[in-house]
Design a protein around this ligand. Structure first.
Ligand code: PRP
Ligand code: URA
Length: 211
């Protein structure tokens, strides 16, 4: 697996705001949106472009545009906060959805929604979720995407934990991870340490899904 940890002062500053327990919802959301855009920018670096003739007010220039925009797939809920920054960078991207909630006892992902195109072969996929903890949610999501033929998947996470990264690596096959940090461990409740707490709750408040 190809791993990119973005190393930029502005990204580090936004991530620190997100980590800070004193940041309220408004502050947390704004920092997540900014960092989301930076991660999408970095993840897009290798996307294919095509040239076209671009007429400027003065002459003709070689224009460039994405040959095939990626589909953005947020893992609900926390991944929803990354849709707007992704679409601000790639306005013509499609969006698919995967709904998962971690069981608080087993820490296994429990699926509750899948809204994706049937055929994802040959299309770049940006799988976005702020948190990669045990890796269970992303492994489940990657399997779903691969069942639909996806062969060009980039996971975009804000905080990744070492055990989750190892789980993705063990999956095998072509895969990329773009993240702002790799934290060392998980606590007994499978929260990332030091992490930033529960990203979904910090964005949207406590959830109440009947698993
Ligand atoms: C969080 C997060 C990831 C998952 C990561 O979602 O957004 O999807 O946990 O944990 P894992 O790597 O151990 O699977 P959560 O299940 O808490 O749901 P929420 O976003 O609705 O709060
Ligand atoms: N999900 C979160 O939102 N935070 C963690 O630390 C682990 C999983």
């Amino acid at each position: 697996m190809e791993i990119t940890v973005i190393n930029h002062p502005l990204a580090a500053a936004r991530l620190s705001i997100m980590r800070d327990a004193r940041s309220d919802t408004t502050t947390f959301r704004a920092a997540l949106a900014d960092l989301g855009a930076m991660l999408i920018y970095e993840a897009s670096r290798g996307l294919e472009v095509e040239s076209f003739e671009c007429v400027t007010p003065v002459a003709t220039a070689e224009g460039q545009r994405l040959a095939q925009p990626p589909i953005i797939v947020p893992v609900i809920r926390a991944g929803l906060g990354m849709i707007d920054p992704a679409l601000s960078m790639i306005p013509d991207a499609q969006v698919g959805f995967i709904g998962l909630a971690r069981d608080e006892v087993t820490h296994e992902p429990v699926p509750y929604l899948e809204a994706l195109p049937q055929d994802l072969s040959g299309q770049p996929v940006f799988l976005v979720d702020p948190m990669l903890a045990t890796g269970g949610s992303l492994v489940h999501s990657i399997r779903l995407l691969r069942e639909r033929g996806a062969d060009d998947i980039t996971c975009i996470c804000m905080v990744s934990a070492r055990p989750g990264v190892a789980k993705l690596e063990a999956l095998g096959g072509p895969l990329r991870l773009v993240t702002a940090a790799i934290d060392p461990e998980l606590n007994d409740d499978a929260y990332i340490v030091p992490g930033l707490g529960d990203a979904g709750d910090r964005l949207y408040g406590p959830r109440n899904i009947d698993l």
